[in-house]
Design a protein around this ligand. Sequence first.
Ligand SMILES: [Zn+2]
Length: 200
Amino acid sequence: MIFNNKLDDLKNGLKQLPGVGEKTAQRYALYLLNQNKENSLNLADTIREAVESHTFCEVCNMLSDSNPCVICRNKERDHSILCVVENTYDVYLIENTGDFHGYYFVLGHLLSPMDGIGTSEIHLPELLNRVKSEIITEVVLALNPSAEGETTIELIASELAPYRKTITRLSTGLPFGGNIEYSSPTTLSNAIKRRYSISE
Ligand SMILES: [Zn+2]
């Protein structure tokens, strides 16, 4: 029953968030309207400012409030190693382990031809260009051990083969079908430290 359009708009907006269903969205929407008006309006301003100030880094594709992002601008990192991840959140997870000091490349998606996600959607041409033109000796494919992740790893590894770099992937501490998002920092840290070569 629609008896309050504005509340419904807010609820539908919140439902777009991952893990938020109908009931939770309703609860959040009513909470935002019930609490001190100032707090909710501040949250709205914060969301607007964050969204407006963020863009994709032209070097690594990660979401950032500066372009190039703070990681790509940092000249102190290890230029010889490039870590390929699915999304910006994965960059944060890996940074939090403190075990990786190279640079990143964010694919934005995993390969999924059935959903129309092919090589250009995962920025493969830009990745190849980057690997070719920089002093990179190792490319770490830090992708989820899922069906899409495996397909993506296979494709990237074969496309990178002519460049004669060491190609590694995370150790199998991560369960198949799992998601690096849900692994503990220790598991992820071990998976990075025990990464293994898949290049010939
Ligand atoms: Zn960047």
